[in-house]
Design a protein around this ligand. Structure first.
Ligand code: ADP
Ligand code: MG
Length: 563
């Protein structure tokens, strides 16, 4: 039989494909299963629109079959199948996608979720195979055909036997080389793992015979139990993604279990956010706010990101562009049908789409956190203990650009409430005529409470925020004010309290004692910038105060930073 030649460019394209498009060889299985799922989708779609009888949704399945001796892996489906012409057009012409055409012709119906679009995925089979055989029978056709190729040198098509409609793809798996292991693609557990990773949410069952072992009868007393192996036909994928279910169908326990399994946490999440959007970009998102920070959260090792699915198929495990840094603690996934993927389906073509989703998720996460703050204060405070630092960094690093977004989520310790307070609550309690939001920095709230500078303010009934994290004051400086009230350190020269009469008197006294102060200043040398009489001391004889915009604490932090 005459071999038909690929066109010269196609040959190069195939080489390129096989060797450079994909980062991981294992994705060949994802591609072939996606094709099988597409083929079933198409037939199912026809069965609905053309009222085909004898087709039952429950009979549709994808099967994997391994023959270790022959070194073959077979992927079968009972979908629409291909005619001789289809085989020529879709598998003989690289970058020809029957699925893309199908989508175009049937302009995207409801219950169809076709994955293919580039017409290259199929050839990824050559990354792991010496030879690929496709035996296919189109639905309604009485003949089946076999397409066979061992790569760049071309393909053959001939008539074949196949009892019913659908397609079998038979891969002759390569021999191991020094640096590549191919045997693994003949191991049931490895295949199961790959299916779980990429194709868990394919809507049809993916079935495979797995070898299991069980105890052979009851062991006699004092004897070791005997084991026997048996074959079980198992469905490898869970099929319906939790996030595509209606919220009312999913229990809290389901969400929690899903989170713990998928993101390897031992504790239930503090909050589950399940949302779907239609419109400019349609997606389902299932997000979790962990109850505690992972051990490496505040280190460089921590990698933020959400899983990204396109129509239920995993595209990226940690898509960083979906999460702003200040919410980097959020775990979860996004599934969308209208992502424009690049050809390897490992990335997106435009990050515009991601940006859009990111900004929507950002709003959503914020509103969920706010509602936690309002409705479950205790939980929110626990959350803030874990991740508050990240929110404050968020305010600081964006040079205040995130002020609007984050300011209502911040908590600080309050001198008068003796617990954490929001800025809004603080402002609500401000005294009449109070100009500023006061804060004091110290290592602990106790120490802040004992500072000479806080004494007078407290005495006069002012509330003070006690800042204990290094980042706190930097964040407040970036924000400048809240609700039009400026932040002011208790060690600042101007606390906006001085009444005129007292000030005059202090000024006079300062002048009278000028000589004494000069003497003290000389004695202290360059340890101080100035010595003055203060009006804000009560029981303490002396206090340090800072002149410029920086508080003493801030100066300390800056001095301790490596240059
Ligand atoms: P894509 O899936 O992006 O269209 P592929 O290279 O994976 O590209 O597949 C090319 C085409 O071959 C598909 O569009 C489809 O028309 C056809 N095809 C591949 N596998 C099957 C299958 N199992 N059943 C029916 N048609 C298939
Ligand atoms: Mg495909």
């Amino acid at each position: 039989m005459a071999k038909k030649k690929f066109k010269a460019e196609s040959k190069r394209l195939l080489d390129m494909m096989i060797n450079s498009i994909y980062t991981h060889k294992e994705i060949f299985l994802r591609e072939l299963i996606s094709n099988a799922s597409d083929a079933i989708d198409k037939l199912y779609y026809h069965s609905l629109t053309e009222n085909l009888s004898g087709l039952n949704r429950d009979d549709f399945a994808i099967r994997l079959e391994v023959d270790k001796e022959a070194r073959t892996l077979k992927i079968s489906d009972n979908g629409c199948g291909m005619t001789q012409e289809d085989l020529e057009n879709n598998l003989g012409v690289i970058a020809q996608s029957g699925s893309f055409q199908f989508k175009r012709e049937n302009n995207k119906q409801e219950d169809i979720d076709i994955i293919g679009q580039f017409g290259v995925g199929f050839y990824s089979a050559f990354m792991v195979s010496d030879e690929v055989t496709v035996i296919s029978r189109a639905y309604g056709a009485d003949k089946a055909f076999e397409w066979k190729s061992s790569g760049a040198d071309g393909y053959t098509i001939e008539e074949a036997d196949k009892a019913s409609h659908g397609t079998d793809i038979i891969l002759k798996i390569k021999e191991n080389t020094e640096d590549e292991n191919y045997d693994e693609y003949l191991e049931g557990y490895r295949l199961q793992g790959i299916v779980k990773k990429y194709s868990d949410y394919i809507r049809y069952p993916i079935k495979m015979d797995m070898e299991r072992s069980r105890m052979k009868g009851e062991p006699k007393e004092g004897e070791q139990p005997e084991y026997e192996t048996y074959i079980e036909n198992v469905t490898l994928n869970s099929m319906v993604p939790l996030w595509k279910k209606n919220k009312s169908e999913v229990s809290e326990e389901d969400y929690n279990q899903f989170y713990k399994d998928k993101f390897y946490d031992y504790e239930n999440p503090a909050k589950v956010i399940h949302s779907s959007t239609e419109g400019a970009s349609t997606y389902n998102a299932l997000l979790f706010i962990p109850a505690h920070a992972p051990y490496n959260y505040y280190s460089k090792e921590y990698e933020k990101g959400l899983q990204l699915y396109a129509s239920g198929v995993l595209i990226m495990d940690k898509c960083a562009d979906l999460l702003p840094d200040h919410f980097s603690f959020v775990r979860g996934l996004v599934d969308s049908q209208d992502l424009s993927l690049n050809i390897s389906r490992e990335m997106l073509q435009h990050d515009r789409q991601l940006k859009l989703i990111e900004s929507r998720l950002e709003k959503k996460i914020k509103s969920e956190l706010l509602s936690m703050l309002k409705n479950d204060r205790e939980k929110y405070e626990a959350f803030f203990k874990s991740f508050g630092l990240q929110l404050k960094y968020g305010v600081y690093t964006a040079y205040g650009a995130n002020k609007e977004l984050l300011q209502d989520l911040l908590l600080f310790y309050s001198s008068s409430e003796k617990k954490m307070t929001t800025l809004e609550e603080y402002v609500g309690r401000m005294k009449e005529g109070q100009k500023y939001i006061y804060y004091a920095c110290a290592e602990t709230t106790d120490r802040a409470d004992r500072l000479p500078q806080t004494e007078l303010l407290k005495d006069q009934g002012y509330e003070i925020l006690y800042l204990t994290d290094d980042i706190d004051e930097f964040a407040l400086k970036m924000m400048r004010d809240f609700s039009e009230k400026e932040f002011r350190s208790v060690s600042d020269k101007d606390l906006g309290l001085e009444n005129k009469e007292e000030s005059e008197e202090i000024k006079k006294k300062n002048e009278e004692s000028a000589e004494l102060f000069r003497f003290m200043k000389d004695a202290l040398g360059d340890k101080v910038a100035d010595v003055r009489l203060s009006e804000r001391l009560k029981s303490h004889p002396v206090c340090l105060s800072s002149g410029g915009g920086l508080s003493l604490e801030m100066e300390k932090v800056l001095n301790s930073m490596p240059n």
